[in-house]
Design a protein around this ligand. Structure first.
Ligand code: MRU
Length: 348
């Protein structure tokens, strides 16, 4: 996507260096980080310097490729096996991470070059799939649509285009008037910081709302449809996404508003029978107790925004049961949740 007139991917690899956009500084500063070891990539994933299912997946693939390049010849298999375990241990919920490490690891057993090629293939396919999701999802967006979205499932969450925002971009490109209600998405504000920045960059009208304002707007008939991304989809269609997504889905059902999940098939985990099998990441209480942003000195400041000494609980994702989901938009088309539908869809 374009930033100041120049095309960028969220993460890419040239030679044996991985480049990625430093998302913790956005939208106040746009900077590219250079990473030269798989462990630096692991740090970028755990610290959420790079985040979002697809971008995590692509970065994990590049990290696995770097591990093959770093591995001493006499000790390759133990080295890359240890590296894979470290990369897989960074964040548990986004299935794309494990999808990538498995494919790149298996390719690397053929040759180091094959590992690098596979990592590039995963990144390129991620961008293609996101574009396809946009084309398919655009059909669901009528002119004048008022869309609510949660977290950031735009191009920053993938290699390019994104998933939930990709249909919005395509609709805008086709001249449709679309308006987006952007959930701020506490505690890390991926909506208020990243989604709003993406939409502003693309010239798409939007407004930031408090997370708990969605049901109110739905009750007033101000939301026509909701589109979010996904971090892991169970084979029955139960879907894990950013904490707060479940509440949106329940309210949407109450007010008869279409609730769509947009995600590539690489996010579907057939080993998860239902949402109960999905591991939900719990992150530090600090993310809730403190907020961070630039002060007048232009430096980033972290301030306490809660009762001093009180504890906080911070689950990063929740699971929306398939019965609350109108449709799942993938690069292969749109499907209704349900095991049979999903299994057949994966065969396409
Ligand atoms: O914790 P994050 O920022 O990695 O969570 C991201 C989300 O929940 C996104 O909605 C999800 O990854 C889908 S991205 C299309």
């Amino acid at each position: 996507m374009k930033v100041d007139g120049r095309n960028y991917r969220t993460v890419w690899m040239e030679g044996s260096t991985v480049f990625l956009i430093e998302q913790n500084l956005l939208p106040f500063k746009f900077s590219i980080l250079e990473l030269n070891t798989y462990q630096e990539c692991c740090q970028a994933i755990t610290s959420m310097t790079v985040r979002g299912a697809g971008a995590i997946g692509a970065t994990a693939g590049f990290a696995m490729a770097l591990a093959f390049l770093e591995a001493p010849s006499g000790n390759l298999l133990p080295f890359v096996t240890k590296a894979r375990a470290e990369i897989d241990a960074t964040r548990p919920t986004a299935r794309n991470l494990f999808y990538s490490t498995e494919r790149v690891f298996n390719a690397g057993l053929i040759s180091r070059e094959a590992a690098v090629e596979e990592a590039h293939r995963i990144a390129d396919k991620d961008a293609l799939d996101s574009r396809m999701i946009g084309e398919i999802g655009n059909v669901l967006i009528p002119d004048g649509a008022r869309i609510e979205t949660h977290c950031n499932a735009g191009w920053l969450a993938f290699v390019d285009y994104g998933t939930a925002l990709s249909p919005v971009y395509v609709a805008h490109e086709h001249g449709k008037n679309v308006f987006v209600y952007v959930d701020e998405t506490r505690p890390r504000s991926q909506g208020a910081r990243l989604t709003a920045w993406e939409l502003k960059n693309a010239g798409i009208p939007h407004v930031i709302i408090a997370d708990n304002a969605g049901a109110h707007l739905m009750s007033q008939g101000k939301i026509d449809l909701i589109i979010t991304g996904a971090d892991r989809i169970a084979v029955n269609g139960d879907t894990a996404n950013k904490i707060g997504t479940l509440e949106k889905a329940i309210a949407a059902k109450e007010y008869n508003i279409s609730f769509y999940i947009a995600a590539p098939t690489s996010t579907i985990d057939i080993n998860c029978k239902t949402g109960n099998d999905i591991i939900i990441e719990e992150r530090s209480a600090e993310e809730i107790l403190y907020q961070e942003g630039p002060g007048e000195d232009g430096k980033s400041h972290k301030i306490l925004v809660c009762s001093p000494g009180s504890a906080a609980f911070n689950p990063a994702f929740d699971v929306t049961p398939g019965r609350f989901i109108t449709g799942i938009i993938t690069e292969k088309g749109m499907i209704k949740p349900g095991k049979e539908n999903i299994i057949n869809h994966l065969k396409l």
